[in-house]
Design a protein around this ligand. Structure first.
Ligand SMILES: NC(=O)c1ccc[n+]([C@@H]2O[C@H](COP(=O)([O-])OP(=O)(O)OC[C@H]3O[C@@H](n4cnc5c(N)ncnc54)[C@H](OP(=O)(O)O)[C@@H]3O)[C@@H](O)[C@H]2O)c1
Length: 192
């Protein structure tokens, strides 16, 4: 599968390595990397967004329409600047990403695990204490594609529900955030 990763930081480069290792054709783009963000988005069957949340409005829209887009971002008012509707929990960050990326099939995943743990706990088989990764989204095909990628790189994918209700369950500040749980414990805490 062709996977385009936008944001060549800790999360983006870690996922690039994992996904390439299991045989995907991965293209990575950051502001200072040669391939442009638009070229990477256009090339991809699945797009991964790994930029600071404050930059989501810079993401190209036309190139990702109709495609699964995995949103790894988290809102942090200290670094992203205050966004009142998020602070008041009237909407979630992934819903804002979806509203910007009209026509894209946004799935929230890989946001609730620290990048070092994403690096260290990958590529485990099913009987070696795999960590669970919660996934939420409103588009079944896209969520399935994201969950398959989670599994391929050696984590257990846990369906947390739709983008808004499900995504709220594993944002920063929730009991499962950065908690490094197995799928079983994750399901119990998510009440899925
Ligand atoms: N770090 C973690 O443990 C962790 C875990 C889960 C989720 N997350 C979330 O994942 C996202 C990425 O985190 P990170 O730690 O990987 O951040 P990071 O190391 O700061 O990397 C972000 C990357 O995005 C690039 N970028 C910024 N604006 C861009 C744009 N418009 N187009 C393309 N690339 C752009 C940056 O490039 P420049 O440096 O050139 O600006 C940088 O390479 C954040 O939203 C974060 O909240 C982080």
């Amino acid at each position: 599968m062709r996977i385009g990763i936008i944001g060549a930081g800790q999360v983006g480069t870690t996922l690039s390595r994992h996904l390439a290792l299991v045989g995907h054709d991965v293209s990575l783009s950051g502001l200072l990397i040669a391939r442009t963000v638009r070229a990477v988005a256009a090339f991809a069957d699945v797009v991964v967004v790994a930029v600071p949340f404050s930059r989501y409005q810079e993401l190209p829209v036309a190139e990702v329409a109709g495609k699964p887009v995995i949103d790894t971002t988290n809102y942090d008012s200290e670094t992203d600047g205050r966004i009142r509707e998020l602070d008041e929990d009237r909407i979630t960050s992934s819903e804002l990403v979806q509203a910007h990326l009209q026509g894209a099939l946004v799935v929230k995943a890989f946001n609730a695990i620290r990048w070092e743990h994403l690096r260290e706990h990958a590529h485990r088989d099913r009987f070696a204490g795999r960590r669970g990764i919660p996934v939420s989204g409103d588009h079944l095909r896209a969520k399935k594609a994201a969950m398959a990628l989670v599994e391929e790189i050696g984590f257990d994918a846990v369906d947390a529900g739709g983008l808004a209700r499900g995504g709220r369950k594993f944002q920063p500040g929730t009991p499962v955030y950065a908690a490094d749980l197995t799928a079983r414990d994750l399901r119990a805490r998510l009440h899925t």
